[in-house]
Design a protein around this ligand. Structure first.
Ligand code: 5AD
Ligand code: SF4
Length: 440
């Protein structure tokens, strides 16, 4: 009988894809299958995030819990970004942890589980040509990595220290992954990278070195064109693009390629040009507004989502008013909002003028409240429209749900024969975050 793996995933979609790779590798090489029951697991893994402080604190309290309830001989492993960042200190602080495998070292997982005390955290390890074993949680939507790491130096961000230098996976390798996913039933491809639209700038030379392409032979737009030619690919999504690289060529492809879903993540972070400069984001408030205006004018049904950090060091009331101004002008369809959290070894950690927590909390509440008003208005506007919905999951109450091209969650009455199908749905009602409709 195979051994049981319990794995918990924190953080972003990159981490979720790493979890799929971990499951696949441990299944293929170490005979593990997954379980949702902690007490019956032979191996417990937490795939961690370190982007803010809270998930890090949560790690140690969870590890303590796992130790209490686990089977006597069950192993515990820590993977992901906090593994990269804290490394051996995790075992020092929690000596019952058996191994630590950082983000970008996932190909070493099979060996690490067999090696008590293993710590694999080389942030520049090159996994761009490693063919991971196959496993995907979702049947119809396949996440595919296109690049690893990040070449930006945003002053608040720990990611360059946990996922290393930016490096693109070769287009041939990506296309091959996509063909395999399509053969296994995927219709929607979700391209992943810290900085997807900077694709093609750095590649591996195969000998462990990263080479910067002076004359870019490949870029994200070209990659999108190639992927949309793959037979069986019906929808393409991607995350995260950087606003700085949303050039005209990219916008034109986004607008005109019918396979590219019309929802886009445009991480603003702050609406203040001064704060953006301190964050080293590389664009201004006006530049960001222009990009959003351009996209909305060309694709009226587009949904634009964003990330916003409030309480960055030195953020004044006027700076925050600029953030509110951008939110009012763009009317984002979804905002992931965060209170600034100082991270070790980042430039912002040692900046003067760290903002009082009470002020940051007040600003966060203001963003949330304003966004709720926009969300309600925008979802209401969808009532009466017809949307193409790709059905991907069942609920227990006789409903089935999926996502429209522009990433609204849509529920209809129906059963499993709709799974994996794209159908026209007439929207009949809404909540602030989802829609209800009828198949037509
Ligand atoms: N504090 C708060 N939010 C952060 N993010 C990244 N680093 C920090 C930090 N130090 C947010 C950014 C990013 C998202 C993934 O997490 O908004 O886009
Ligand atoms: Fe968290 Fe960033 Fe790592 Fe994703 S890349 S798991 S968001 S720290």
């Amino acid at each position: 009988m195979s051994k049981k793996l319990f794995i918990e995933t924190l953080g972003c979609q990159m981490n979720a894809r790493d979890t799929e790779h971990i499951i696949a590798e441990l299944n293929a090489h170490n005979d593990y299958t997954t379980t949702d029951i902690l007490e019956e697991a032979d191996l417990i893994i937490i795939n961690t995030c370190s982007v803010r402080e809270r998930p890090v604190a949560k790690l140690f309290s969870e590890l303590g819990q796992f130790k209490k309830v686990k089977k006597k001989d069950a192993k515990i492993g820590v993977c992901g970004c906090t593994a990269s960042h804290l490394g051996r200190d995790i075992i020092k602080r929690a000596p019952y942890v058996d191994f630590v495998v950082g983000a970008r070292n996932v190909s070493k997982i099979s060996k690490a589980v067999e090696t008590k005390g293993a710590v694999e955290i080389d942030i520049n390890h090159d996994e761009t040509a490693y063919a991971f074993s196959e496993y995907r949680k979702a049947l119809y939507r396949a996440s595919v990595n296109i690049s690893l790491g990040c070449d930006k130096q945003c002053t608040y961000c720990i990611v360059p220290a946990t996922r290393g230098e930016e490096i693109s996976i070769s287009p041939e390798f990506i296309i091959n992954e996509i063909k395999k996913a399509v053969e296994n039933g995927a219709k929607e491809i979700f391209l992943l990278g810290q900085n997807v639209n900077n694709y093609g700038k750095y590649f591996s030379n195969g000998n462990g070195a990263i080479v910067q392409e002076k004359k870019q032979k490949h870029n994200f737009t070209k990659l999108l064109q190639e992927i949309s030619q793959v037979e069986g690919v019906e929808r393409i999504r991607f995350t995260s693009p950087h606003p700085l690289h949303m050039d005209d060529e990219f916008i034109e492809e986004f607008v005109s390629n019918p396979k590219i879903c019309k929802s886009i993540h445009a991480p603003l972070q702050s609406g203040s040009t001064k704060v953006l400069k301190d964050m080293k984001r590389g664009y201004t408030k006006e530049w960001f507004l222009k990009i959003c205006e351009k996209i909305r004018a060309l694709v009226p049904e587009v949904r634009i989502t964003t990330d916003i950090i409030v309480g960055f060091p030195g953020e004044t009331d006027e700076d925050f008013a600029d953030t509110i101004d951008v939110i009012k002008k763009v009317k984002f369809d979804q905002i992931f909002n965060f209170k600034y959290s100082p991270r070790p070894n980042t430039q912002a950690e040692i900046m003067d003028n760290q903002i009082d927590d009470k002020i940051a909390t007040k600003r966060l509440t203001e963003v949330i409240d304003l966004h709720k008003i926009h969300q309600s208005e925008q979802m209401q506007d969808n009532v009466g429209k017809t949307m193409k919905v790709f059905f991907e999951d069942l609920k227990s109450n006789g409903e089935i749900f999926g996502f429209s091209d522009n990433y609204c969650q849509v529920f209809v009455s129906g059963s499993e024969e709709l799974l994996g199908q794209i159908r026209n749905v007439k929207i009949i009602s809404n909540t602030r975050t989802s829609l209800k409709g009828k198949i037509i």
